[in-house]
Design a protein around this ligand. Structure first.
Ligand SMILES: Cc1cc2nc3c(=O)[nH]c(=O)nc-3n(C[C@H](O)[C@H](O)[C@H](O)COP(=O)(O)O)c2cc1C
Length: 402
């Protein structure tokens, strides 16, 4: 099953059911452009046969970054390196879609002390985030313009599809969640209002990109926080996306406060089971026709084939497996590999295990991008401090050279 092609509503066919999920590269210099490290990294991944690959999040506003090393697309951005990046992957026969995002209140202090969001609800995590300012009406219009410009730019650069990042607590997800969206205007309140930003972006993008270009959204099944965006909200959003002719919804979950995307904070029964969001996807599959990609926790070929055969989803997204096995997913495709084992790494700060996790996987991306191969032997101290130190260093360089 995993090797069968899949045709999207726009008419485009993906070669198999394996997608490389977005993995932020954090490799850009102060100019925020893709560079040799991006080209080499994706050349490595593309060779191994995923039907579709997503870029790491490309930010649409340089002022509010998820990482100081983010690639950014703005009005005056040079398209040349983006063309090279896209062409490199397409030459291997894979699809390559650009994931567009705005960090909102999850922009760290290394990028801004004054982030923006739906409302002024601060993110309290390790003292890394400033209190956000609620976007004005014209600020929201500017955000929409930036997403649409980013989508048109990436299509022009040669990417074969687009994904809007509406999950994991970034700006669009901040609008979707009643915990971070306290607005009383047309952008807040009911889920229809909270989803207005996402729906407007998708509608405008479809008009600009045409009917035969893949458009996708990464969406949380829930934030997994009391009083937050829940599965009932997600169902309404998915229905709205289907009505707007979206090609693919990628289901994930969680935010920086509750990192369900990595499996943390979920019910023990869910955590133990492979694939964190499969039950929700299964339910959506019975209610809607929109194609579903599900990402998070898939590790065995048998299970992947089973859920595909049962039509519980259409595409399987993999993130960390690309950083656990150097040639993933070629073994899944030719049947020589059936399990991706979770690696062991030391966690010093037991209250923030996701920090060591982020450090561990970011180091793997950097190793692959430098052509060094994976290295799973790092001390707990290195993992705990890696992201903070590299963000600080790049933040300083951005300030000097940007
Ligand atoms: C190092 C790293 C970077 C990530 N960057 C992004 C990103 O840029 N955009 C995104 O939507 N998800 C991002 N994710 C989440 C993955 O796409 C995926 O949802 C998550 O890792 C769960 O899937 P897995 O169990 O197959 O790893 C990232 C995950 C990791 C480990």
């Amino acid at each position: 099953m995993i090797n069968t092609p899949f045709t999207l509503p726009c008419g485009v066919t993906l070669g198999n059911r394996i997608a490389k999920a977005a993995l932020t590269e954090r490799q850009a210099k102060a100019n925020h452009l893709p560079n040799k490290r991006h080209f080499d990294l994706y050349d490595h991944w593309a060779k191994n046969g995923a039907g579709m690959m997503l870029s790491g999040n490309i930010l649409v506003d340089k002022r509010y970054l998820e990482s100081t090393g983010n690639v950014v697309v703005e009005d005056k951005t040079d398209i040349t390196p983006f063309k090279k990046w896209a062409e490199g992957v397409l030459n291997h026969g894979n699809h390559f879609w650009a994931q567009l995002s705005h960090a909102g209140r999850q922009a760290t202090l290394f990028s801004t002390r004054k982030p923006v969001s739906a409302s002024d609800v601060k993110l309290n995590k390790m003292g890394l985030f400033g209190k956000p300012k609620a976007l004005s009406e014209s600020g929201i219009e500017d955000v929409i313009k930036r997403f649409i410009h980013g989508a048109v730019f990436c299509k022009k650069a040669g990417f074969s599809g687009i994904q809007f990042h509406a999950a994991h607590g970034y700006l669009i997800s901040q609008f979707l969640s009643p915990k971070t969206n306290k607005r009383e205007d047309k952008w807040g309140g009911s889920i229809d209002n909270r989803a207005r930003l996402l729906f407007t972006i998708v509608e405008k993008a479809r008009k600009k990109l045409g009917t035969n270009f893949p458009i996708s959204v990464k969406l949380n099944s829930a934030d997994f926080m009391k009083g937050g965006y829940d599965q009932n909200d997600a169902k309404i959003v998915i229905k709205g996306l289907e009505e707007r002719g979206l090609d693919l919804v990628e289901i994930s979950g969680g935010t920086y406060e509750q990192t369900a995307l990595f499996g943390y904070g979920l019910k023990e029964s869910t955590q133990r089971r492979e694939a964190y969001f499969i039950d929700f996807a299964k339910e959506m599959k019975t209610e809607y026709k929109i194609p579903l990609m599900v990402t998070g926790g898939f590790r065995s070929l048998d299970f992947c084939n089973e859920v595909l055969t049962n039509e519980e989803l259409d595409i399987i997204g993999f993130g960390r497996p690309f950083l656990i096995k150097e040639d993933f997913p070629s073994g899944f495709i030719n049947g020589s590999d059936s399990i991706i084992p979770d690696p062991y790494f030391e966690v010093l700060d037991k209250n923030n295990p996701d920090n060591a996790e982020a450090g561990f996987y970011d180091l793997q991306i950097k190793n692959l991008a430098k052509g060094k191969g994976l290295n799973h032997e790092y001390s707990g101290l290195r993992l705990a401090t890696h992201i903070g130190i590299s963000e600080m260093k790049q933040g300083l360089k951005n300030w000097i050279f940007g």
